[in-house]
Design a protein around this ligand. Sequence first.
Ligand SMILES: Cc1ncc(COP(=O)(O)O)c(C=O)c1O
Length: 377
Amino acid sequence: MIKKKLFTPGPCEIPPSVFKAMSTIEHHRTSQFKKNILEIQKGLQYLFQTGQPVLTLSSSGTGAMEAAITNTFSPQDLVLVIDGGKFGERWGEISRCFGLEVITLQIPWGKAVEPSQIENIFEKHPTIKGVLIQACETSTGVAHPIEEIARFIKEKPNTLMVVDAISALLTMPLPMDEWGLDIVVAGSQKGLMLPPGLSFIALSQKASRFEAQSKLPRFYFDLKKEKQSLEESTTSYTTPVTLMLGLKEALRLICQKGLETIFETYNLYSRVVRTTIEAWGLKVFAEPGAPGMTAVCAPRNVSGTHIVKKLKENFDITIAAGQEDYKDKIFRLSYMGYIEPEDVFYLLESLQKVLLELKVPIHTKGVLEKAKSQLKL
Ligand SMILES: Cc1ncc(COP(=O)(O)O)c(C=O)c1O
């Protein structure tokens, strides 16, 4: 078996059949390609658990975040940004760039927002037009309580619940229609098992009403135009054909497995990784942690970046260091994408070797054996 090397929260490992599907080129305006677009649309609606159209944009995930803002809000609209890390901060940056008024709810890195904090802010600012949040804040590995917050926002006809699911889609349930999420954005390079380059966005009916009144300028990321193109089973501009062919195959694999099984797999992987980290005597950083990744507090006297470097040097494994102030304080393990139980075990086994080489005082007795049996290997 070829060993997987990429355990970062994007880009992620890609299945061989997806690589194969991408090894060809087609013209994007043919009737055959229209069939591909229709099939892809069905798969995306299944992933997003929505009856609304899911639009595919040619950009990394940030493009869809920008499109969410420019297509639904107007200058001076008041939005609430949940800023618990690098990507929460990005919602604030994009909003300010387009002239929105921003209230920032600063959450300590590694912690999730409490729904009551949001409710309290609404008491003082009932005119908030949007709550902008991450389902998984990738810089810290935290999962925010999306369902509870959405329940509160659902009752507010003049407020949108805008969810960045870029690192969450497929790793945890986020049923858009059932939970009443108004905008969901995602990217291709995480749970979807594709290279970077595509982003996705879906709007609820409430968000479409906002869209009709939004006054911000937009050109390339014009969702109304994209929706019209999709109705004709095409895209407004030249779509990245090879990525789309890969997407079609990735969706086939995902639908074959089923969302429930995929969520269970991520739950298993994160449980095994977390129990192993704790059994070694190390500390998991995020509370509560998202299922697709685990951020780990660096051991005393060893920096996170050093562990990242050693895993690369010794095993050619890539994991992610922390970001900003947490660059050396944490390191992040991810098992999003095409990762099987053997790969998770290989990651843990290699990490244990690195920790021992760095003379980190960890307990090892029976730890990997337990992980192996939890992974049913
Ligand atoms: C939660 C989250 N939001 C936004 C982004 C930005 O996406 P991109 O780098 O694809 O533009 C990322 C990327 O890691 C992410 O994990």
